[in-house]
Each structure stands twice: as C-alpha cells, then as structure tokens.
Design a protein around this ligand. Structure first.
Ligand code: DGY
Length: 337
C-alpha cells in the first residue's frame, strides 16, 4: 500500500502501465500500482479494492455483475484501460452508482494499422512465409507455389463504422480497395471515405473479398459471424478481426477455413483469450497476433493518461469525459463527502 496522503483518492491499478503513466498516477493519487505486473484474479482484486476509492482495470480483467455487486462501498469509479468495455457489467455499475470510463479515440490509428497488417499478413502468407525462412525451406518456393492473395484493388467490407472502422476505410482506400460498410446507422459521407452503406449485413457479405470486424462486442453482435453469415461471403474471402473474439463463432470460422470458404483469416482477438481454440494454432492459413491492437508505447501511454484524466475529473466532482455509465448525482456527490 502507498503511504497515506489524506485527501488524495486511493486508486488500485490491476496491471503495470507505461512509466510516464505510473509516474503521474503516483503524483496525483495514492496509487497502488502492480509494479511486478502479477496478474490478479477477481477475488484478489475484490479483496484489495476494500482500501481504495477507484479501480484502474484492463480488458484482461473480466469484471461481470457478481464482481461489481461485491465491490466494497468505497469504490466509486472504475476506469478501464481500453476502449472496449464488454468485460465490465455497466448495468450493475449503474445500479450501484459506480462510474465507469473507457479510453476512446487514442487507439484508433494503432488498431487500424493492425487491421491492415492482418489483411496483408493473412492474404500474403506472412506467417507461413516467415516459418519457411526460419525452417530453412526457402528452396521449396517455385514460380507457382506458395501463393498468396491480392489485397490491392479488392472489395473490403467493414462491420462497424466507428472511429476504428473509419480509419480502416481510409487506409484501404490507399490500397485501391473499394470499401463498403455495415453499421446500425448510415454515417454522413464525410466520415465514410467513399465507403458504400449496407443496412443489412446479409446484403453486404456477398460483395466482400475481405471482411474486417470493427464493431463493439454487445449482446447484438456476439456470435453474429456464424456459419450462415460466413456462407454468404464469396468463396475464398478473407476475414480479419481486431474487435473482439466473441463476435465470430470459432467453430464456423474454423470449418470455413478448412473448406476454403475462407481462404485465410487474420486474428488479433479471440474468444476466451489467451486460451484460444487450439485448432487455430494448427492451421497454416491463419495469421495470429496476441491482441496487439493498441500495443505501441505512444498509444498505451495515451490510454493510461486518458484513464487518469477521467479519474481526476471524477474526483474533482466533474463529469469524466469518457463516462459510460448514466451519471447519477450520487456518483459525483460521494467524492466531495
Ligand atoms: C481495447 O482498448 O478495447 C483494446 O482491444 C485493448 O483491450
């Protein structure tokens, strides 16, 4: 535990963060940092939360309704070091008057870069090509084998056209791709980089050589890419996912990769990560990354500072910029008490 400094909010961070972020944490809060970066399970977080006013958590921490229900009364805010918040029960936090914030806007470009990497890596055989060199199998290359798939000039469908989807569309245009998107709402044209809107996902899929998943994981999108949806893609399409693993049905993706319905997939996120479906590891036509979407120093630092900004605003009695929960007077009043 840090030395008591009366008046400073006590914040428990569940994972190690960038040094500049931890430095600022220590200067403005009574911060309990996880300097050894030892993963804590839910019961340990709950136990340690008792001596704190706020939590700074990550998307690794699966904090469902039971966890939030059992949090000590001292906890008034949870700042998640992620844009996604499917690992947290927002309704339960609202029911308890606990504020929740996230980090939108600062990981857009880094995540869109990874979406392009996945498209290129899956299509052009980055993982099997890399393996061939390492295993000294270069001699097996001929003019006709192995072969990847074109990216430039192909048709890209984007599922979810928020900040990250739009940043992917912008990049894809530079590759001469023709872009279409499906989202709940059609966006103003100045946000779509020439992408064509499809109100129904079913109508867009037959028109996609590549499909990039960029929507949030919600009750509506979980399991959305199932066998019947995947069967609507043209044979040999390529799927990439930088959003959340549970938006796809693994069984359907794996079967589609086996039959050639999908030529390849590039995956940065997985259901139940890091314990992913082991069959992915055996497949040559997948390009796998360990959830690196936001993993650059500048991006992780910006995410950490956004968490701190939100915590500071909250404890000053202001509405945090990235508040996800519906504000209740009690949230803000509690601090000044
Ligand atoms: C996010 O911020 O949601 C990224 O996926 C990291 O969890």
């Amino acid at each position: 535990m840090p030395k008591e400094s009366p008046g400073k909010p006590r914040i428990l961070a569940t994972r190690r963060m960038m040094p500049d972020v931890e430095h600022r944490m220590k200067s403005i809060f009574q911060a309990t940092l996880n300097e050894e970066d030892r993963p804590m399970d839910r019961s340990e977080i709950l136990e340690r939360a008792a001596r704190h006013d706020g939590l700074l958590v990550t998307s690794f921490d699966k904090l469902g309704p039971d966890f939030i229900q059992n949090l000590p009364a001292s906890i008034r805010i949870i700042a998640t070091h992620s844009v996604g918040y499917d690992h947290l029960s927002i309704p339960q936090a609202e029911a308890r008057g606990i504020a929740v914030t996230n980090t939108p806007g600062v990981l857009t470009e880094a995540t869109a870069d990874i979406a392009m990497l996945l498209m290129l890596g899956a299509a052009r055989g980055a993982s099997w090509g890399d393996r061939m060199v390492r295993e000294n199998r270069w001699g097996e290359t001929t003019l006709t084998s192995p072969m990847g798939h074109d990216v430039s000039g192909q048709r890209l469908g984007i599922l979810g056209m928020g900040r990250i989807g739009q940043a992917v569309a912008r990049r894809a245009r530079a590759f001469g791709m023709s872009v279409r998107y499906h989202a709940r709402q059609q966006l103003p044209t100045d946000q779509t980089h020439g992408a064509r809107y499809f109100k129904r996902l079913e109508d867009m899929l037959p028109d996609c050589d590549f499909l990039s998943i960029n929507c949030a994981s919600t009750p509506e999108t979980r399991g959305m890419l199932n066998a019947s949806m995947l069967s609507l893609l043209p044979t040999g399409a390529i799927l990439v996912n930088t959003a959340r693993g549970d938006i796809v049905e693994d069984e359907a993706v794996i079967q589609a990769l086996k039959t050639g319905q999908l030529a390849a997939a590039g995956l940065d996120v997985f259901r139940n990560e890091p314990n992913i479906d082991p069959r992915y590891r055996q497949m040559d036509n997948v390009f796998l990354l360990p959830h690196l979407g936001s993993a650059t120093p500048a991006t992780r630092s910006a995410m950490g500072h956004k968490c701190i900004d939100n915590l500071e605003q909250y404890f000053r009695g202001e509405r945090p910029t990235d508040l996800l929960t519906t504000p209740r007077e009690t949230c803000l009043d509690l601090h000044t008490a």
